[in-house]
Design a protein around this ligand. Structure first.
Ligand SMILES: Nc1ncnc2c1ncn2[C@@H]1O[C@H](COP(=O)(O)OP(=O)(O)OP(=O)(O)O)[C@@H](O)[C@H]1O
Ligand SMILES: [Mg+2]
Length: 268
């Protein structure tokens, strides 16, 4: 069995591949320091699944925290894997396609091109999950992610964003009336906390969506596979779907996308 450990900026994810009947096993923990979160998540995986240390051939670690783990973990051969290679490998495996653009929405967002066996880091944006939590903490005094989502689901984006319909009579080219002309560009005095939460979500996913569209187009690709914790976000998926219909780029949200980097590390 091979263990992949992804020590991200916010959370640590662990995946075990070739673990026999169970297929891929996954656990996650909140990152405190790199060593505590990596060993903690690894221990949790072993205990919860009744796995034996003796059956582990090797450990592959990746993510921003990987460089803080010295030597071998628990005497098991431990290799550091380039994070972009891990994202590309895991995204390709989860999407079951080998010519894709991956948009990995973690604390920030990284964009990677997979073309057969070639994996290229194209760039990204600092706008990501950390943007949602940071802005919500300052603007709404809310730190819990689920609470932010509950607020956002009830918000009206039309009270926050300046939309095409606010400034033009009809559509502007392919941009329809409901699309954003300026994120937070309207910001009514009467806007509620729910509206602001919706505005934060819209800002975050529209920026990520557009950066992904431009990356895909520059590589003549029309499939963006979304990985990272930001993939499994219903409101985010809706925002990306609206971009999808305007730009003819498909966004895909594979199951277990949050573990793409850990799974890819284990397979590298
Ligand atoms: N239930 C949740 N609990 C905590 N964070 C969540 C949750 N759902 C979504 N998030 C968002 O996911 C982000 C973390 O995502 P992820 O674990 O993929 O990132 P990471 O790997 O730690 O960071 P990076 O890859 O950028 O180094 C947080 O910034 C947070 O905004
Ligand atoms: Mg990550």
């Amino acid at each position: 069995m091979v263990i992949g450990i992804d020590i991200g900026s916010t959370t640590t994810k662990v995946a075990a591949v070739n673990s026999g009947k169970k297929g891929i096993i996954m656990v996650r923990t909140k990152a405190f320091d790199a060593i505590t979160s990596a060993t903690g998540a690894f221990g949790k995986l072993l205990v919860e699944n009744n796995l034996n240390l003796a059956n582990i051939e090797k450990i592959n670690i990746t993510g921003v925290g990987a460089s803080r783990i010295p030597g071998n973990l628990f005497g098991i051969a431990t290799t550091r894997i380039d994070e972009m290679v891990a994202i590309g490998t895991g995204g390709k495996y989860l999407a079951k396609k080998d010519r894709i653009i991956i948009s990995n929405i973690g604390t920030g967002t990284a964009i990677i091109q997979v073309d057969g066996s070639a994996i290229t880091h194209l760039g990204g944006t600092g706008v990501g999950g950390g943007t949602i939590t940071g802005l919500a903490r300052q603007l709404l005094n809310i730190s819990d992610f689920d609470t932010i989502m509950n607020y956002a689901a009830k918000g009206n984006i039309n009270n926050i964003d300046l939309q095409i319909g606010d400034i033009a009579e009809g559509n502007i080219g392919f941009l329809n009336r409901e699309y954003t002309a300026s994120n937070f560009g309207k910001m009514l005095d009467t806007a509620t906390r729910e509206d602001i939460a919706a505005g934060i979500l819209n800002l975050t996913y529209q920026v990520i969506g557009m950066v992904s569209v431009f990356a895909a187009r520059s590589k003549n690709n029309d499939t963006v596979v979304v990985t990272g914790n930001g993939s499994n976000n219903i409101l985010g998926q809706k925002i990306l779907a609206s971009i999808s219909s305007m730009y003819n780029i498909q966004f895909e949200f594979p199951a277990n996308a949050e573990f793409a980097t850990a799974i890819g590390a284990a397979q590298s």
